[in-house]
Design a protein around this ligand. Sequence first.
Ligand SMILES: [Fe+2]
Length: 485
Amino acid sequence: MKRRTLLGSLVATVVTACTRSGEPGAVDRTEGSAAATTGATAETTIDIAADDSLPAGTGAPEPIPPPPVDLDADAFGLGVASGDPDASSVVLWTRLVGQLPETVPVVWELSLDPLFAKLAATELTTANASTGHSLHALPTGLEPATNYFYRFLAGSLVSTVGTTRTLPAPEDNRVLVLAVSSCQAAEDGAYAAHADIAAAKLDLVVWLGDYIYGGAATLEEFRAAYANYRRNPLLQASHAAHPWVLIADDHEVLNDYDASVDPTVRAAAYRAWWENQPTRLPQPGTGEPFTFYRNVDLGGMGRLILTDSRQYADGVSLFGADQTAFLEDAFRHNKRWTVLASSVLASGLTAAGEMTLGYTLDGYPTEREVLAGWLGQAPSPLILSGDLHMGMMLDFSADPANREAAVVATELMAPAISSAFPADLAPFAPFLPLLNPHLRHIDVANGWLKLTLEATGATAEFRTVVDIANPASSLESIQFMIEAP
Ligand SMILES: [Fe+2]
């Protein structure tokens, strides 16, 4: 079966930890004066313009009683989520299910206290059938680096309470802790890794793709797939505990898809993705690719550069012209760390013979060289990747096959939440470290990566699930220190 660790580490400490259920991290009871609120009806793109009629400091908004509406008892059965935070706002998400009228009035509430005794912001909005009864609210004017509680009310129902957190202010150099993972095929294993993420004290969860698996083609099928996945209580706990920032990989659309994909299927896939994720991206249109590459500035400590490795991959360019221009610009910044998030492996791996590893940069050597040049100029570069269903640490260079090539960044592939290590790669796994001198750590176990960014260095902690069939499995952990170059 799986060999736990194929290659020992240079600087490693091994500890064992048990998962705890549910309890979100400690909460800062910072006094804040969050005031102006706005919303986003699910109907159109998010209206970011704040309602300035409520000046800060005039006291807490009054609770709004939710209008009566007849709903199934489990209308909030997909849970709640938050995401795409910045220093003063964060998206709050839910999606109603069951027998529903065309339009459902929903009140959302945001508070510094778990009992919602004093509201920081609230609004009456609607969830509409046209967008799968999803709801994206965007409270603004919030305090930076502050924990908030949120919930939704519809008719006589109240959702689960979620906790979220804004990002630090631009000049704030505080330590940041990220969870990184991808690939949660439900048929492959249980979600002990999500229970562990839910229990961790984090600033942000970074999702690198493969949120759903399995053969959908129409909007209704994609909606059903998301509803299926979001019924999982441990995935719900992971969302309810922290804000998420997400990109998509191939399985959100079709296995190993690229620019040649049927645009109708792609449009249905990204529309359902948008409906089902706590994102502030505008609702995708039809026909064109859905632009989700973007930057997220993590206070003064780092810039997270989120990329798209599928929609523009055409055999000539992995990223396409527009994204390439975006990337060149994104690497120019003055934050402490540069964190490039890629759904696929950037460094490349040599396996025996003609082994292909999907749409990695292995097929685009010129682009890898350009990327290496940009990374080499950027402040303290790190690469986060997913897709291959194993945890790895690699030395990234312009040419992984050339041992003399200068190492410009450390690449950290996050373990998959539950998706199994690919069967076609399994026979080669024990030999990968021998064939790939730039591969410094590999472990095919499931789990997640905890990345801590500090001014002097980063800590990469691979947290791996002991028994993937057991949702209450304990986890093991191995930790690497990365000095800031
Ligand atoms: Fe995957």
